[in-house]
Design a protein around this ligand. Structure first.
Ligand SMILES: [Ca+2]
Length: 244
């Protein structure tokens, strides 16, 4: 009975985990040396490191597998929103397509959280995040959310890998970008963007990013603790039953 219960719990846990949408981890969805929709750009004298037209990878120190993405930038503060550097990481499964052709959208409307892992090269790095939908050749109007600052979700980037959990509800549509109000269309998501912009301090910084997921489970540890609690109740009840 004990082992049966453990097996049932493990099955339920794996079912929940399996419901996640794996967006990107470099090793599976963005083969090294192939172009996909992941790309970067910079303006106003800022710079961003690229590998050709795509996001560069590191082949050591990844959070999972062999590779992680590297967001490596230089940025100058400005008060007019003219300086910026960014990488946008797409999940397309079409590693051999050219940019702008056959872009794939993903429906993330069933999920509550964006999660990813981040590690600073020096620690203390500051950057922002936003979501993009539609655009390019999708036939759907391009939308972008407002930016969320990483320190709203972490005490700070460190030189250790940390999991970031961002409620999708925190991403509000960027009215200036799209020209209309309303929620971002989560049914046609095309990118997760990491960026530095004008109001952040001058910096030359680098972070590694790996294992981007959309999930309805905020923390794996929550599931484990829930399972441990249920197991504890089960065995307590069983133990109490024996004493009677
Ligand atoms: Ca990886």
């Amino acid at each position: 009975m004990k082992y049966l219960f453990v097996c049932v719990f493990l099955f339920v846990s794996s079912t929940i985990a399996g419901a996640d949408l794996f967006w990107w981890g470099e090793d599976t969805d963005s083969p090294i040396g192939e172009i996909n929709w992941s790309y970067g750009f910079s303006d106003g004298g800022d710079t961003v490191e690229l590998a050709g037209t795509s996001v560069p990878s590191v082949s050591s120190g990844a959070h999972s597998g062999t590779y992680a993405a590297r967001f490596n930038w230089t940025h100058s503060y400005s008060d007019d929103w003219s300086t910026r550097a960014a990488i946008q990481i797409a999940s397309d499964g079409n590693g051999t397509d050219a940019i702008g052709v056959n872009m794939v959208t993903h429906d993330v409307s069933a999920y509550d959280y964006l999660t990813f892992w981040v590690k600073g090269v020096q620690g203390g790095e500051l950057f922002k995040m936003c979501l993009n939908s539609g655009g390019y050749d999708t036939g759907i109007g391009e939308q972008q959310t407002d930016d969320l600052l990483i320190t709203n979700y972490l005490a700070g980037v460190t030189t250790d890998w940390q999991r970031v959990v961002v409620p999708i509800a925190d991403f509000t549509l960027d009215y200036q970008y799209d020209g209309h109000s309303g929620a971002l269309d989560l049914g046609v998501l095309t990118g997760v963007r990491f960026k530095v912009e004008s109001d952040l301090p001058n910096a030359s910084s680098s972070v590694l990013i790996d294992d981007i997921y959309f999930t309805s489970v905020p923390e794996p540890s929550t599931v484990i603790l829930l399972g441990a609690g249920i197991l504890g109740l089960f065995f307590s009840a069983k133990s109490a039953g024996k004493r009677q």
